[in-house]
Design a binder for this molecule. Structure first.
Ligand code: GLN
Length: 285
């Protein structure tokens, strides 16, 4: 039984203020919110208590845990990796540094898929934390889906997320898609491939470069490897009325990518994200 006398307890308010000051000094803009999210997550303190209860106190062990959080944030580690959680389309996903942190822009794939769905057999290429495949399943947009990734460590995360949501219609498979020869046919294929170029990768923020998996971010070439492969080979994987819904990184690559697909007989429709940038396209024959 933990028994702390009153003097060994630290008022939560002081802890929050100190932590916020340190994070703000390191130019972490969302410091106050992050601290509140962390406290809610880690110690299950209701947000209302964090905000109102001036007498709420932390024991020494909790103070240590909190200080470790501040320390990791000051080192530049993304918030989501510290709490092992990231939201996507309103669902929580377990994440660690073996998977890309799901980005809100990627939710556009779900919106577009929903517009034309539902689909029977589906494929998610580069599933990462499994966020796209699992969301498509939870939203009943697909009947079943194969989720592939080159990284077993990423797949382990995706499998954990799948279990958490009790889904039985997702099959996970370790596969290097660019060197693969899949024989199945699909009604829907989705992907958020690594599209950052070798050069752009070097210029990324250190909190991305040092913590998120390189293989999820860049093809280590011109950022187009996956689009070139899709344009040439994906038709073999599609049923006659099948569609692909794919994310792109940068608007300057839109015309190049559109041409790749047009030249291979596809019709493309483009969708803008909430920043007004072309982010996702749907293509079919
Ligand atoms: N499918 C995951 C996502 O879109 C991971 C993508 C990736 O690792 N490139 O968030």
């Amino acid at each position: 039984i933990m028994d702390y006398n009153q003097t060994s307890l630290t008022p939560l308010n002081n802890i929050i203020k100190q932590g916020q000051k340190k994070l703000n000094n390191a130019h972490i803009v969302n410091a106050k919110k992050e601290i509140e999210w962390f406290l809610e997550n880690q110690f299950s303190i209701p947000l209302s208590d964090i905000k109102i209860d001036k007498n709420y106190k932390l024991n020494p062990k909790e103070v240590t845990t909190f200080n470790q959080f501040i320390h990791r944030r000051l080192q530049g580690e993304p918030f989501q990796y510290i709490i092992n959680k990231a939201p996507f389309y309103g669902y929580d996903f377990f994440v660690n540094s073996n998977t890309l942190i799901p980005r809100p822009e990627t939710e556009l794939i779900i919106h577009v898929a929903k517009k034309f769905g539902p689909y029977n057999k589906s494929l998610d290429i580069g599933t990462g934390a499994g966020n796209i495949a699992i969301t498509l399943s939870l939203e009943k947009i697909i009947k079943n889906i194969d989720a592939i990734d080159i990284s077993q460590k990423a797949l382990n995360v995706a499998i954990q997320n799948c279990k958490q949501y009790n889904l039985s219609n997702i099959s996970f498979l370790k596969l290097n898609f660019l060197a693969s020869n899949i024989k199945r046919k699909y009604d829907l294929i989705v992907s958020n491939p690594p599209y950052i170029t070798n050069i752009e990768y070097l210029a990324l923020d250190k909190h991305i470069k040092f913590y998120e998996p390189k293989i999820a971010l860049t093809d280590k070439k011109d950022g187009l490897s996956f689009y070139k492969f899709f344009a040439k080979n994906i038709i073999k994987l599609l049923n006659p009325k099948g569609k692909i819904i794919i994310e792109i990184g940068f608007e300057h690559s839109k015309d190049i990518i559109e041409n790749l697909f047009k030249n291979n007989g596809f019709i493309c429709t483009w969708y803008k994200d909430f920043n007004g940038n072309y982010r996702v396209f749907e293509a079919h024959q």
